[in-house]
Each structure stands twice: as structure tokens, then as C-alpha cells.
Design a protein. Structure first.
Length: 309
């Protein structure tokens, strides 16, 4: 009996020993698994930070595209109405037309005539839309040779949201440079922003001219992702500089950009100059209420070529 009890105690001890040694091993394995999944979760959250900002930008662009699509649908409806009216008019005219014998006059298919007229009408509309509204040469156009003199231009607005991120660390700003105002792309967000409501830009024109007018362009509220254009410039002044974009500034005029007017607004200069200028300085004096920054989309300079260009 004692032998049997001794045997059972030894067996029970041997049975419990592996469990005691296995428990710490299983605990360490569990902790390792938890740590691995925690690291994966952190990396996943870090990757989500940049797409979230990109998603907001895509959302704003999609809203602008949706607005444009709605306008296109309205135009299509108007074209369909005009097409139906023209078809009815053509059918009415042909129903009353007779030849000398009293028979119906041989006339082309009314539908084909209407389609041709509508095609010509649409082509004329598209041609007018593609034409520049100002109809004056822009000597502040970058593609024509104009440029921004950085030394005479305000610093750009630094926005933490306008950064590329890698594992949650921002490392590169991608805000628009000042020469964005010298380019015709005026889609929402394609503007140069500077901090506050006052700033300036020094522009070297494509060639020497006697300036006569300037044009300021901003997006309209209809296509603005925020639904307003409080960052648009309000009061601004223009100066000319005689030599090499340095020295005395000649006052050419002070103007008001109307935020409820058309997107493209042209202003005739209030003071004329007798000699050609190569450089123009734009000074923004106020905006329409944005507390942090002002956005400039496009600025143009018009004028007459001087004697020596």
C-alpha cells in the first residue's frame, strides 16, 4: 500500500511539473503576440494620417466637380429645350411651304437641319468659352517669360496640413509657390497664400511695357470648397519700378476687388507713366475677412509695348 501511494505521488509530481514550466513559456508567447499586434496597429494608424488629409482634399475637389457637373446638366437641359423649339419651328415652316404646282416643296430633312444648326450653335458657345474673357495680352504670364522676384515678395503661408507625412512625421511642405499667380490655372486650391491680410509680390514682366491696366482673378463662391471666398483680396495697390526691379516705386493705382462680382475683374490704372517698365509690385492691403491668410489665384498686367522692347 505504501508502495502504491509513493508511486502515485511521484506520478502526480511529474504531471504537474511540465504545467508549471509551460505556463511562463505560454505567457511570454502571449506577450510577444500582443506586442506584435500593438506595433502593427501603431504603424497602421500612422499610415492613416496622410490618407486622411488626402481624403479631405479629394472630398473638396469632388465637391467642385459635382458643382461643375450640375452646371453642365443645366446647360444640357437648355440645349435640349432649344433643340425642341428649333425642330418645331422647322417643321412648321416646311408644313406651309409648297411648290408652284401646289405640291410639297422638296426640302431637306428638318431633323438634319436642326441637328446641324444645333451643332453650329454649340460650337460657337464652346469657342466663346475657350476664348480669354479679358482679350488683352498678359505680360505677367509665366509661360511668356514673367517671373517672381523672391527678394521682394512676402513669405508663403505655412500650413501644417499642407505636409507630406511618413509614419506620422511631417517632412515636406507642398504649398503653392508665389509664381502660381502668374499662371492661368485657377482651380480651387491652386493659389498662392501668404499669412495675414497684407502682403506683396514683386513681378518681373515678360518684357518692358507701358502698363495701362491690371486684372485680378479669384474663384467664385459656387466652386469654393468652403462655400465662401473670405481669403480673396479686397483692397490692393499697384506700383511700377523703373530699373532692374529695384529703387523708387511709382504709384499706378489702388483698387477694390468685389467679392460679389465676376471672378475676373479688370482695372484701368489711375496713373500713367511715360516710360516703359519691366517690373511691377502688387501690394495686398486687405482681404474679405479670413483671419489667417490671403489667397491669390491670378494677377495679370496689360499695357502697350514701349519703344525699346
Amino acid at each position: 500500500m505504501v508502495f502504491i501511494l509513493t508511486f502515485l505521488l511521484i506520478g502526480f509530481r511529474n504531471h504537474m511539473w511540465p504545467k508549471e514550466t509551460e505556463f511562463p513559456q505560454k505567457s511570454r508567447h502571449l506577450y510577444a503576440v500582443i506586442a506584435e499586434y500593438g506595433s502593427r496597429l501603431y504603424n497602421y494608424q500612422a499610415r492613416l494620417r496622410m490618407p486622411k488629409e488626402q481624403l479631405e482634399l479629394l472630398k473638396k475637389e469632388s465637391q467642385a466637380l459635382e458643382n461643375n457637373f450640375r452646371e453642365i446638366l443645366v446647360l444640357i437641359e437648355q440645349i435640349n429645350v432649344l433643340k425642341a423649339l428649333l425642330r418645331d419651328t422647322q417643321e412648321g415652316l416646311h408644313s406651309h411651304s409648297r411648290d408652284a404646282d401646289g405640291g410639297p416643296a422638296q426640302a431637306p430633312d428638318p431633323t438634319e437641319v436642326v441637328d446641324e444648326e444645333m451643332s453650329n450653335l454649340v460650337n460657337d458657345i464652346l469657342k466663346k468659352l475657350r476664348e480669354d474673357q479679358v482679350q488683352m495680352a498678359d505680360y505677367a504670364l509665366k509661360s511668356a517669360g514673367a517671373s517672381i522676384i523672391e527678394a521682394g515678395t512676402s513669405e508663403s503661408y505655412k500650413n501644417d496640413k499642407a505636409k507630406l507625412h511618413w509614419h506620422g512625421i511631417g517632412f515636406l511642405n507642398y504649398e503653392m509657390p508665389p509664381d502660381a499667380i502668374l499662371q492661368p490655372d485657377v482651380h480651387p486650391g491652386k493659389c498662392w497664400a501668404f499669412p495675414g491680410s497684407q502682403g506683396h509680390a514683386l513681378i518681373k514682366l515678360a518684357r518692358k511695357i507701358i502698363p495701362t491696366a491690371v486684372t485680378m482673378e479669384h474663384i467664385s463662391e459656387k466652386v469654393s470648397p468652403s462655400g465662401n471666398i473670405s481669403s480673396a483680396p479686397k483692397e490692393f495697390s499697384v506700383y511700377g519700378i523703373w530699373k532692374q526691379c529695384e529703387g523708387e516705386e511709382i504709384f499706378l493705382g489702388q483698387f477694390l476687388y468685389n467679392n460679389t462680382g465676376t471672378a475676373v475683374q479688370t482695372f484701368e490704372l489711375q496713373h500713367e507713366v511715360s516710360e516703359s517698365l519691366l517690373c511691377v509690385k502688387l501690394k495686398i492691403l486687405s482681404n474679405w475677412g479670413h483671419p489667417k491668410y490671403t489667397c491669390l489665384y491670378r494677377f495679370r498686367v496689360h499695357g502697350a509695348l514701349g519703344d525699346h522692347t
